[in-house]
Write a protein that binds this ligand. Sequence first.
Ligand code: SF4
Length: 65
Amino acid sequence: MRAYMYLYGYRNPGAARELITSLRLPANVCGDCGACAVQCVSGFPVSSRIKDVIRVREVPPEFLV
Ligand code: SF4
């Protein structure tokens, strides 16, 4: 969710990518979970936001500012 904030809140895709890369997450993040166990107290759709922001790791860093 911090990476999501970097990307959409701060409009800093480079910081989002750097954070996501540092986490060394599996290739299919959230794809194997039938029912998400994460319950956000503010009601944010955590799984869908993760699936959204994780795409930034596929962007070559030289394309990001
Ligand atoms: S956020 Fe939800 S869908 Fe994603 S890995 Fe965690 S439990 Fe699974």
